[in-house]
Every structure is written in structure tokens, then in C-alpha cells.
Ligand binder design. Sequence first.
Ligand SMILES: O=C(O)C(=O)C[C@]1(C(=O)O)C=C[C@@H](O)C=C1
Length: 371
Amino acid sequence: MSSNNSNLKLVAKTKILNGGPLPTVIAGPCSAESEEQMLQTARELKKDPRVSIFRAGVWKPRTRPGMFEGYGTAALEWLKTVKQETGLQTAVEVANTSHVEEALKYGVDILWVGARTTVNPFSVQEIADALKGVDIPVMVKNPVNPDLQLWLGALERLNQAGITDLALIHRGFSTPNNKPYRNHPKWETIQQIRSLAPGVPLLCDPSHIAGRRDLLQTVCQQALHLGTDGLMIETHINPDVALSDASQQVTPENLNKLLTVLDLDSVHEANPEQLQDLRSLIDKLDNELINILFLRSDVSKRIGEYKRANALDIYQAGRWNQVVENRLKVAIETGLDEGFVKAIFDAIHQHSMGIQNEVMSSAPSMQKVEE
Ligand SMILES: O=C(O)C(=O)C[C@]1(C(=O)O)C=C[C@@H](O)C=C1
């Protein structure tokens, strides 16, 4: 057992990863719908040695009442049969104490906490309390909103309850504009959560990011290029008639094809395409940075106009010290180097005062006279 910066105590060897350098593949239906559907799907998945864990939704958190909410305990029986027959490890989502108790009773191997549960510290604490003294791996999906502290907090609650075999699952975030995804990947958060929770395996759930089969490959590729430790891909023997998330599930046959195209064996080898993709990501992030700097400069200009009208000094030591202190606090939380962030904000401050100097020395804008 080892401790790390975030004070998480982790097992030396997780049961969630294959133990080898290859990404773990978790597959199985969004929802357990019948014993037949579960077994047919699992038997096909078992033929692909790259798949090691069978997932199934047993209790489904649905947006509105009246939608299919899962078969609960009955489905745990089917999952047990899948495990007995195929030898695949099994995983289910738990959202409260009774789910945990039932899942443990039926010998489920791995639990996960869903995005809608991670958002609520009370629910996560309830799950953590129900797991006290239990030795089971738990995976935690990111909260629906892009709040990485909340994600880390869920890990910490489980860890404090004694769960040391932990993993993170990136399933995308709900943002004002998720297009073309169902949930925005916000790829930049990958590095941030890795810094916050070093040593914790990070898997990707491309099904919930994409929301559509045709986007799965692109999302998987990006996740693999960013060094994901595993993929959780929803797989159904007949996706078109699935009772939940039909458009994002693939058949076991298509999963097999997808994994082959992704060429999991070579993801850890240097490849020029990977460099190309990473550079595209840098381009995108740099453009976002420039846009944000432009917006900040514009606000500074408006403050300059206010200062000119009210005869205030450009340099405001109190305010600036506060800005630096707060930005460094955030930098430390995200794992960024303090000196680096300080240097950037010094440059931003100089530039901001330069803009205000120009405003001060320009004539006040003329009022437009209505004719
Ligand atoms: O808050 C102000 O008064 C500003 O003018 C903004 C700003 C900044 O860029 O953040 C710029 C100059 C001051 O020294 C403090 C802060």
C-alpha cells in the first residue's frame, strides 16, 4: 500500500486493470433486461480476450419517472449466472446502501458510483459507510458538472471508509453546449484529475460521452492517446431494441471490430498519428486561452474607463494581492506549478495596467448626440 500527494491510500495492484500494459475493456449492456439478453451478450463478449469485465445496469437512475428503471435484484441473479458461466468479472452501479448490500450479497466483483450520485456528497458518504470493512474495488464516474474537487471528494470518502482499490471513470460533463457529444469530454480535465489523484487508474466511458455509436471510435482514440487505462463500452446483443440508451450501444461483434481498429496492443508505442492528435489538442486549448485573454483584456479596459471617470489609481495593490493569492490557491489545487502560474499572472497584470494606461491617456469617448 502506498500513499500519495492527495493522501489516498491505494492498493499496490488493482483488480480493475488487467495487470498488464493494455487498457482494460469493460463491456456489457446499459441495462440488464433479461437473463437471455445478459447471457447472449456475455457469451459473445467472452470470445474476445480483450474484454475482462462484464457491466450491466441493474438500478437505472432515469431523468424522468415512468422510464425503464432496471430490474433490480432479479437482474443480480442473471449477473451471477453470467459470472458462473463465463468467468468474466462483473460490475454494477450502486447509488445507495441497499444497492450496496444487494450487490455484495450476489457476489458482484466491482462496483461503480454513477455521475448522478457523485454530485451528491451525502449519497457518496452513504455508499462509503455501507462499504466499511468490505474489500471490493470501486470505480467513480465524474460528477455530471465539471467539478473535479467533487470527483476527488468522492474518492476520498470511499478511501476514508477503507476502500483502497479505486478507479476513476471519465464519462463526460454536462455543459451549456455538448454538441456533437451527449456529454462534453472536456479533455483538459484528464490531466487535471490525474494530478489531483495521482496513481488512481483513469478509465473512459466513451458511450456516455458520445451518446451515438458513430462517434465512439473518435472518442476512444482520443482517450487512448491521452493514456486512458481502460474503456467501458456499452454492448448489447441487439442494441436497436435496448430498453435504455439504444443509440449508443454496440453489438459484441461491432465492439470486437472497434477494438481491432483501435489497435489496443500498440497504444503504448510511439506513433506519429498520436503526436498529431495531441498537437491538435494543444492548438484547440491555445485558442481557448487566447479567447479568454481577450475577454479579460476587455474587462480590464472597462475598469480603466471606470477609473478614469472616478479618478482612481491604475495600480490597486490590495486587489492585486488578493487576485494572486486566489489564483495560486487554485493552481495548487489543480497541481500546476506555483511559480509558473505566478509568472503568467505577473505578465497578465502588466498587460492589464498597460491597457488602462492607454484608456487614461485617451480622451473620454464623445457622447453620441441624437438628432
Ligand atoms: O481590479 C482592478 O482595479 C483592475 O484594474 C484589474 C486588475 C487586473 O488586471 O486584475 C488590474 C490592475 C490592478 O492593479 C488590479 C487588478
